[in-house]
Ligand binder design. Structure first.
Ligand code: GTP
Ligand code: MG
Length: 311
């Protein structure tokens, strides 16, 4: 860190104390936020950030450089070939994938499955990395990780020790945990970050019309942090979201994703889940920049997420 222009021992220790322990974290955090947390002057911060971005070449990039970065993008298998296929080959790194659905539609199950498959070698559809699981609802089940890992033929003990779980007790705690990811992820080779659910605390705490814009601002800020995290460390971010009643729908689906336009715009890919007959689940890609709007079936079994059995 002392290699950055304008960073001496004093400033370095202020930055470290505030949790900014990597050059990436300094480069991607809004300057005002660093100023508030470190009491370093804004001008100094701007200078340090410029130098950090140069070091990471995070300023203007040529289209070629951008293309090179995209080439490093990897995909993580969900366990279901069909679901991977409509996702374009699996859950992408350098992007946020959002799973939306009613209770019991399989959001948490998919997240737990991915926390294990992310550890698999590339040739088995994994990301060869650890997973972080931010659990806001207390539904993360370690037993389930053991079960899924065994069925994939990997050491359940090892699989469980490669998942860093944090229970977020309220929305500000959730934000604090997300801030910490800028140091935790590079230090632990984290290749998948799960936030299950991104929005439940926000919906529960910000009640009433007058708090809505504050809530949306905060949500937006943290969704963008997650996206920068995904890009900076070439990792996959997966978040879940609930559905809410849509009073405007006379025909078609009477529900819509919570979080409004902010969620819709910040997430790279959105997958809508619903329950079908006999334990079948249906996934549908909705507003993705390049994935076609397709549907598929999958199942939740003891093994985790699998393809639906053909009739
Ligand atoms: P909420 O968080 O409540 O909104 O729901 P969710 O979308 O996260 O649902 P979740 O992923 O927790 O899915 C729960 C469903 O998965 C249960 O209703 C079961 O149908 C199914 N499920 C979970 N574990 C197993 C299992 O071991 N075997 C089978 N067959 N199904 C399971
Ligand atoms: Mg859940």
């Amino acid at each position: 860190m002392e290699t950055l222009d304008g960073v001496g021992p004093t400033i370095a220790s202020k930055l470290r104390a505030a949790g900014f322990t990597t050059i990436e974290a300094i480069a991607v955090t809004p300057p005002m936020e660093i100023a508030e947390k470190t009491s370093i002057g804004l001008n100094t911060i701007l200078k340090i950030q410029e130098s950090a971005r140069k070091m990471l070449s995070a300023d203007f990039k040529t289209a070629l450089e951008y293309y090179e970065q995209r080439k490093n993008m990897r995909r993580c298998t969900t366990g279901s070939k069909k679901l991977d296929e409509i996702l374009g080959g699996g859950v992408e790194t350098q992007a946020i994938t959002e799973f939306i659905g009613e209770y019991g539609s399989g959001k948490t199950q998919i997240c737990m499955m991915l926390s294990v498959t992310a550890q698999l070698p590339y040739e088995r559809g994994g990301l060869e990395g650890r997973a972080v699981f931010i659990d806001t609802e207390g539904t993360f089940m370690p037993e389930r990780i053991y079960q899924i890992a065994s069925s994939l033929g990997i050491d359940p003990h090892e699989a469980a020790s490669n998942i860093l779980v944090a229970r977020a007790y309220n929305s500000s705690h959730q934000c604090l945990l997300i801030d910490k990811l800028f140091t935790i992820c590079p230090e632990n080779n984290v290749k998948l970050v799960v936030v299950d659910s991104m929005i439940s605390h926000f919906r529960g705490e910000y009640i009433g019309r007058e708090t809505l814009s504050e809530r949306q601002q905060k949500l937006n800020q943290y969704l963008h942090k997650l996206l920068r995290l995904a890009e900076a460390y070439n990792l996959a971010v997966v978040i879940t979201n609930q559905v809410q009643a849509n009073p405007a729908a006379f025909f078609g689906d009477p529900t819509r994703p919570a979080g409004g336009h902010i969620m819709a715009h910040a997430c790279t890919h959105r997958v809508y889940l619903r329950k079908g007959n006999k334990g079948i689940r249906i996934a549908r890609i909705i507003d993705s920049p390049y994935l076609p709007e397709r549907e598929c079936c999958f199942m939740i079994t003891e093994k985790g997420i699998t393809d639906a059995e053909e009739e």
